[in-house]
Structures are given as structure tokens and as C-alpha cells.
Design a protein around this ligand. Structure first.
Ligand code: KG4
Ligand code: ZN
Length: 334
């Protein structure tokens, strides 16, 4: 079956065409129109601007995805669209476009949870991957552990109580002059500094809980930068970034260790934009090796927001018969 996936929950408009045949999943196209350049000027995503940019891009992107895949709408067996969570105005663009497309062409429509879609990216590259497993989603909006019981049933077993890891990287990156989003640049810069140079608090909450809090870490790093600047010193960006990255990686590894022990999971799936972070990938690789756990991490192009992952999640909603009708609405919340 051919699935057309559509994603517009934040600042990427994306459409993808995936062919599912037996156990095979083939990405025929995965077009992503990023708005990063537009939002960079403001140091973060401006929701109203994002909605307008999605409106401008959505139609062209969708037809490009079909064209590149060499299919037409009559070949499409299911339209899958991200309906939640995300920026409400941005989500509404994708949802309404997908609804119109599906119902005007008589194609079944399914609604997809963006976080589940990040996890489903793993199915596209790991044909033998099957639930149950433990998933860790780290993105601009999420830092959460899920016990994935089936292709469509997830249970959140821990996560951040305030900011997400991606936000934490972006915020401090911005303060030291990096353009938005700073995650990838901080990843590189962290190799240049001393990870023990700056003392920072761990975002891992104390005890057996699988929860994090990144707000205290962000404030400590800000206070350190401001304190140094008040003395007329510009702190070493390399040392700060290396130290900041180290406490984040250590916290993620520590809580993943606890999550693996608590769930007895034999497979860990890493997902979300921050899953592209090479330090986190390495730390989790070492941890999984130690536990003899299979570690599935998507390639970088499938970590950040894209519609191929939405099509993958949508396929399993379709198999479960979870169809949406014209009453489908977007929701900002999980
Ligand atoms: O999943 P995503 O594309 O969008 C959301 O659903 O939030 O994640 C975007 C986040 C941004 O905060 C960005 O800075 C971060 O992913 N990111 C990274 C890296 N690449 C992207 N963070 C750390 N290291 C990276 N290499
Ligand atoms: Zn995302």
C-alpha cells in the first residue's frame, strides 16, 4: 500500500510517500521545506509566521512528493497527517489540507500523533523492529520515555517536568551567539572544550523516577555566563558547551539505564531532533552494549521533523482501523 504522509506541526512543512509491501517499507519521497531561515531572525519559531509559511508551502510540497515518488493520488491508499501535538495554527494547515485531499479523492484518512511519528521513523530503517520496546523521544518539545506496547499503544513512563532537551540546547546556544536552532552547532562545538570546566547541575531528577528538569540547568548556565560577563570576561564557549553537553548526556544515559532496568526492555529506540546529537548517540550506544540491548537510532534525516515518519505511524493506525473523518481537528496538546 502507498501512504502519503503530511507534517506541519512546527516549522517544517513536509510530505512523503512510502510504499508498504509485506514487511518492506520503501521511502519513495520525503520532501521537507524548512522555515528555519525565516524564524532565525527572531531567535525561535514565531507561530503566526509558521502558519502562513505552511499555507504557502503545503500544496507544492505535496505534489512534489507525489511526483518524485512517481505516483498519483489514485495510487494512494491512505493519507496520514500529524494532528497533535504542536503549534495549533501550524497543525491546522496540514490537517485541513489533508482532509480536503483525502475526502475529495475518496482516500482513507488517519490522524497521527507527532511523538509517535518520531518513534515510527525507526520502522523505516529497521525492518525487523517490533514492539514491545523502550522509546526515548528527545526533541525541541519533548524529552520522554515511552513503553511502546504495540505499534499504536504507547505509555509515557517518564519525561521532562519543564523544558525539553532541544529547548535547553537552543536557549544556551542563542545566549552565546549561535543562530537558531543551535543544537547541531553545539554538538560540534562540544568536541572543542573541556567537559569538566564548568560545574553545572544535572537535569536528571534524584531517585528512581525517570523524570528530568532542564530549567535549573538552563538557569545555572545563564547565571554562569552573566556572572562572567559582569566581570568583563567572555566565558569559553567551547568549555561551556562541552560541560553543558556532558551533564545532559550523563543525565539521559543515567535515566535510560534506569528505564531499561525498570522495564526489562531488550530494545531501545531513540527518536526526535535531538536524537541527532552525536554525544547522546555515543553515550546510549555504550549503555546498550553494556546491557546487551538492541539500539535503534534513525539516520539524521529521519530524526528531525519529516513526513516519512508520519506515514510510517499512519500505516499502523490504518491497519488498526483508526480512521479519521471530516470532524478531525488539530490539537496543541498530546
Ligand atoms: O524533532 P525536531 O525536529 O522538532 C520538534 O519536534 O521539536 O527537533 C528540533 C530540535 C531543535 O531544538 C534542535 O536544536 C535540535 O532538535 N537538534 C539537536 C541536534 N540537531 C537538532 N540538538 C542537539 N544536537 C544535535 N545534533
Ligand atoms: Zn518533532
Amino acid at each position: 500500500m502507498i501512504v502519503l504522509g503530511m507534517e506541519s506541526s512546527c516549522d517544517e512543512t513536509s510530505a512523503a510517500v512510502i510504499r508498504f509491501e509485506g514487511g518492506r517499507r520503501e521511502i519513495l519521497s520525503n520532501i521537507v521545506a524548512s522555515q528555519i531561515e525565516i524564524h532565525r531572525l527572531y531567535g525561535g519559531v514565531v507561530p503566526e509566521i509558521a502558519s502562513r509559511a505552511h499555507i504557502e508551502a503545503v500544496s507544492g510540497i505535496t505534489y512534489r512528493a507525489l511526483e518524485e515518488a512517481g505516483v498519483t493520488l489514485s495510487d494512494v491508499g491512505c493519507v496520514a497527517v500529524t494532528s497533535h501535538p504542536g503549534l495549533i495554527g501550524a497543525l491546522l494547515v496540514g490537517v485541513n489540507f489533508a482532509k480536503s485531499l483525502a475526502f475529495s479523492h475518496g482516500i482513507p484518512l488517519v490522524a497521527v500523533n507527532h511523538v509517535k511519528a518520531h518513534v515510527a521513523a525507526a520502522y523505516l530503517e529497521e525492518p525487523t523492529l517490533e514492539p514491545p520496546f523502550l522509546a526515548l523521544v528527545i526533541s525541541g518539545g519533548h524529552t520522554s520515555f515511552y513503553r511502546v506496547d504495540s505499534y499504536t499503544d504507547f505509555c509515557e513512563i517518564g519525561g521532562t517536568r519543564d523544558d525539553a532537551a532541544g529547548e535547553a540546547f537552543d536557549k544556551i546556544g542563542r545566549v552565546i551567539g549561535m543562530p537558531y536552532p543551535a543544537g547541531a552547532a553545539m554538538d560540534k562545538l562540544a568536541y572543542e572544550g573541556n567537559p569538566s570546566a564548568v560545574k553545572l547541575p544535572s537535569p536528571a531528577l534524584v531517585g528512581e523516577t525517570l523524570d528530568f528538569s532542564f530549567s535549573g540547568l538552563k538557569t545555572s548556565a545563564l547565571n554562569y555566563i552573566n556572572g562572567q560577563r559582569q566581570k568583563g570576561i567572555e566565558p569559553s564557549h567551547e568549555d561551556l558547551t562541552a560541560s553543558y553537553t556532558k551533564v545532559i548526556v550523563d543525565a539521559i544515559v543515567k535515566k535510560t539505564d534506569a528505564a531499561l532496568r525498570q522495564t526489562g526492555a531488550k530494545t531501545l529506540v531513540l527518536a526526535g531532533g535531538v536524537a541527532a546529537n552525536s554525544h547522546i548517540r555515543h553515550g546510549l550506544e555504550v549503555l546498550c552494549e553494556k546491557h546487551g540491548v538492541r539500539f535503534c537510532k534513525p539516520s539524521l534525516s529521519l530524526c528531525s521533523d519529516n513526513a516519512a515518519m508520519v506515514a510510517a505511524a499512519g500505516y499502523f493506525e490504518y491497519l488498526d482501523g483508526n480512521f479519521a473523518d471530516t470532524s478531525l481537528n488539530a490539537s496543541a496538546l498530546d
